[in-house]
Write a protein that binds this ligand. Sequence first.
Ligand SMILES: C[S@@+](CC[C@H](N)C(=O)[O-])C[C@H]1O[C@@H](n2cnc3c(N)ncnc32)[C@H](O)[C@@H]1O
Length: 274
Amino acid sequence: MTTTGDELRDEVRRRYAESALAVERGGGCGCGSGSCCVDDDDATPAAVFGETLYDSAQRGELPETAVLASLGCGNPTAVAELREGETVLDLGSGGGIDVILSARRVGSAGLAFGVDMTDEMLALARRNAEEAGATNAIFLKGVIEQVPLPAESVDVVISNCVVNLSVDKPAVLTEMARVLKPGGRIGISDVVAEDRLSPEERAQRGSHVGCIAGALSRGEYVAGLEAAGFENVSVEFTHEVADGMHGAIVKATRASGPRRTRLPVLQPAAAGCC
Ligand SMILES: C[S@@+](CC[C@H](N)C(=O)[O-])C[C@H]1O[C@@H](n2cnc3c(N)ncnc32)[C@H](O)[C@@H]1O
């Protein structure tokens, strides 16, 4: 059975709506494993995703529901080197953990935007930001393939375990380049495959909604970012989440010259999803 892009995106939305509601009810993300970025059928240990990737000082400055709703595979706020007064954008902001932490880092002269397509997650994130007193944290409804912000309006793009969920990764990388100011940078946590794994082999290791099957390989990430107009691209593996698949930190700078037009990058097969 093949799954279309729209069906896959709906499945992702349903899955994360369920997570947000589970957190509201006072539980974990409700997927039976402590993190929604682990499907119940996946062999991936839950400890490689979620709140344990933040240090206790960071967790201490957040509302409990923001910590509980953490579904990432890294800590982009720790790698993005945010500065006072900057504008930050988090793609797929979930319960808001990275937006709230970024809002603190950039201070009252800065802004932290989160974009997410799931209403339940947006509602949770807005409540968390209010509870945290993060008045410079703004959550927008939208898809990361078509970001609802103007061109060249952002200093830093961050994201935590979301690019792998996209059904149109070239569009996401192109949008990152569009919204960034020339010289702007990305600091992204994501699941990334070793180049030796075919899309089919990635799908054997976990589902799409579980953040495994849709992962790009390191070479695909580098080629995709360069095609979208980024330079100084690095993809550093930090911890293994499945055989040949890793939590990774992806960094790059938007080239100062004119933006390139969209070029294709390899899209892993959606096989094995759901
Ligand atoms: C694995 S969770 C990560 C949430 C958050 N970044 C974190 O670290 O806790 C994925 C989030 O991305 C959102 N998402 C997935 N695909 C998206 C897309 N194409 N456009 C916008 N949001 C998306 C989901 O609604 C969900 O909130």
